[in-house]
Ligand binder design. Sequence first.
Ligand SMILES: Nc1nc2c(c(=O)[nH]1)N[C@H]1C(S)=C(S)[C@@H](COP(=O)(O)OP(=O)(O)OC[C@H]3O[C@@H](n4cnc5c(=O)[nH]c(N)nc54)[C@H](O)[C@@H]3O)O[C@H]1N2
Ligand SMILES: Nc1nc2c(c(=O)[nH]1)N[C@H]1C(S)=C(S)[C@@H](COP(=O)(O)OP(=O)(O)OC[C@H]3O[C@@H](n4cnc5c(=O)[nH]c(N)nc54)[C@H](O)[C@@H]3O)O[C@H]1N2
Ligand code: SF4
Ligand SMILES: [Mo]
Length: 707
Amino acid sequence: MTQFVVKPGVKNLHHEGEKLITTHCCYCGMQCGMHIRVNEKTGKVVGVEPRYDWPVTMGKMCPKGVTAYQTVDHPERITKPLIKKNGEFVESSWTEALDLIEKNFKGLQEKYGKDALSVFGGVSMTNEKCYLVGKYARVGLGTRYVDYNGRFCMSSAAGGFMKTLGVDRGSTLPWPELEHTDCFFMAGSNTAECHPTSIQWLWRARDKGAKMIVADPRETPTARIADVHLDLKAGTDSALANGMMHLLIKEGYVDHEYVEKRCNNYEELKQAVEEFTPEHTSEITGISIEKLVKAAHIFGRSPRSVVMFARGVEQQSKGVDNVCLYTSMALLRGQIGKFASGVATFTGQGNGQGGREHGQKADALPGYRKIDNPEHVEYVSNVWGIDPSEMPKAGVSAYEMFDEIQAGRIRAMHVICSNPAVSAPNNHYIWDGFKKLDFMVVSDFFLSETAEFADVVLPATTWAEDEGTTTNLEGRVIRIRKVKDPIGESKTDWEIMKLIAERMGKGKYFNYNDVPEIFEEFRLASKGGKADYYGITYDRIEKEDGVFWPCPSEDHPGTPTMFKESFGTPDGKANLAAVQWQEPDETPTKEFPHTLTTGRVVFHYLSGTQTRRTQFLMEKCPEPYVEMHPALASQYSIQDGEEVYLETRRGSMTVKARITKAIREDTVFIPYHWGKELSVNKLTNPALDPTSRMPEFKVCAVKLRKA
Ligand SMILES: Nc1nc2c(c(=O)[nH]1)N[C@H]1C(S)=C(S)[C@@H](COP(=O)(O)OP(=O)(O)OC[C@H]3O[C@@H](n4cnc5c(=O)[nH]c(N)nc54)[C@H](O)[C@@H]3O)O[C@H]1N2
Ligand SMILES: Nc1nc2c(c(=O)[nH]1)N[C@H]1C(S)=C(S)[C@@H](COP(=O)(O)OP(=O)(O)OC[C@H]3O[C@@H](n4cnc5c(=O)[nH]c(N)nc54)[C@H](O)[C@@H]3O)O[C@H]1N2
Ligand code: SF4
Ligand SMILES: [Mo]
């Protein structure tokens, strides 16, 4: 019997007539520890208790986490397959739905070739399922076209870490060590709203004197508590990072011994940052010279520091450059691979870390292997029992799949666990693509905006109705437990992929009876790769409060701190970045004179499919709005709460004004959690980073007026 740890002063967590199942929140990468309350008589999920003894989150949860349970037995759950007939969805049997999918998938492949099919995945799923998505696409359907929503999320962080450090693990240190850090340099992360339960570690550190520097065009709840708020112009991070490194070098803050021993490219970097004097940096970024100098001194003098960033710097057409440069700041100070210091990106989705390592990406195979590497293909083919020649080649990135639809090469798509109709940039192009498809299948548990375009919607299960593992933002592999049986006739994503693979004549490759069987195969598939999970077992996760990858064997302790001795590059040295600042794809013009940036609020999650169905959260934040500075508002005679019309080169929308001094005068901000007419992604720019193929969600040129 599990002991439910109760904090002093907290009543017993156990309620009469209920059982408590220990698991983690389904939403963000914090993966807060929780116990879900289930009524023993009805079997329904009725509530949640925070888990005080979970070492990463220590009993803290945010407003989304405490209401997540309400989505499980929600009245709007899809409980049977839906087939569109004459434009309306009609409930059907699984047999009828699978017959239709088989007929269309096979018919389209006969007519247009194997690559006529495509899969668009997501990382709100367990490692077991994310692993299977890549195999389902390549072996089950035999197509090269598979990519996933992490392309809009973690791909620039991944690209930057690969270049500089040789391995992409979101954090080089375990979270509880943050308490012992002296300085947090945080860029483009609204931690207080997006990873709220991290804040307790920052407060603990600050109680001991730690300093906090935040770079954000908005004075967010995170920036508000900073010692220095670097209020930069959106899209100028590379200039800021170069400017900081210029000062670190000039003021003698470089750890030369570390750099000499462990890094390449120091001379090149030194040359590249030469011109980024405080004056020049201030001119580009709009940050005062005084603030730049103050930030450099605080960061430079801190014995232990952590450079942290998130989508604010990554969702740019130069996102990889930004990541390389901010990571180089930590390297110059000799901080990576040591206690309570390092570099971290705030992983977004629940399994944003694990889900990006095991083959959902167009060019990746399990264990962070590459599909263009013959040895990697051979290894994974062996595990899968196929001939290496049968392995499809690399496909294209998430947004670029829509170019393939336009070109008539992709004819059908299976969307699993994503809502690109809301969350992909340049919405009109996405909607048009969905309409062009000959056949579209969506697996979801709610009728999302994307599902509305589908020919067949398959009822998937929530995280509470299946077991497995996820990998949190630290790189710690943890257990998700099954809380109850699936609602109605819904099925888990792995069962759905297995059923379709069987229909495609590939059943023998998907012969799993349960999740642990998939996990065993997945461990083996990752073995020897950069993200090696081979030594991780369900038992160990239980006993050790999670296990950090890489963990190559069962007697290996796992790797809480990365890069203690060497980096993941061929020569074991980190590559410092010598990269110049480049303008974002769009800059203000006479016609589009302002900058639009987008992001999140604490009460909603991503495309909002789940949180817009949660009453408490909707009461707190019912609709999107545009944040604007009083000076900008008065330029257009706009009062707080009045409707504002905004237009970019791609689309327009009307939302209410929220007038606040907590944003730069030249910038407006709109949260993106709503669909259709209320979707800000009608306006956003799909310009892609050349390496990561990440769209520029964070910067575009906009015009506006009173509606
Ligand atoms: N409440 C809530 N929490 C979430 C999520 C959610 O939807 N809601 N989603 C989860 C996911 S998947 C993700 S990816 C994370 C995202 O977590 P964050 O990246 O922290 O969230 P965002 O709001 O997208 O962007 C962060 C900040 O970047 C700033 N920014 C905009 N442009 C720039 C720029 O050019 N430079 C810099 N330095 N900053 C800029 C914005 O003003 C914003 O405050 O959150 C996770 N947690
Ligand atoms: N303008 C703008 N756009 C953005 C961003 C931004 O900052 N600005 N951020 C981007 C980022 S970081 C991200 S991560 C993306 C996310 O964008 P999406 O991929 O659209 O993410 P979700 O809204 O979580 O969509 C997941 C869908 O799958 C369903 N679902 C949840 N769990 C499961 C499951 O286990 N199985 C199945 N089958 N379905 C499930 C949910 O009901 C939901 O409909 O949005 C991106 N879009
Ligand atoms: S911080 Fe993230 S994981 Fe924790 S409760 Fe909130 S949404 Fe869930
Ligand atoms: Mo994300």
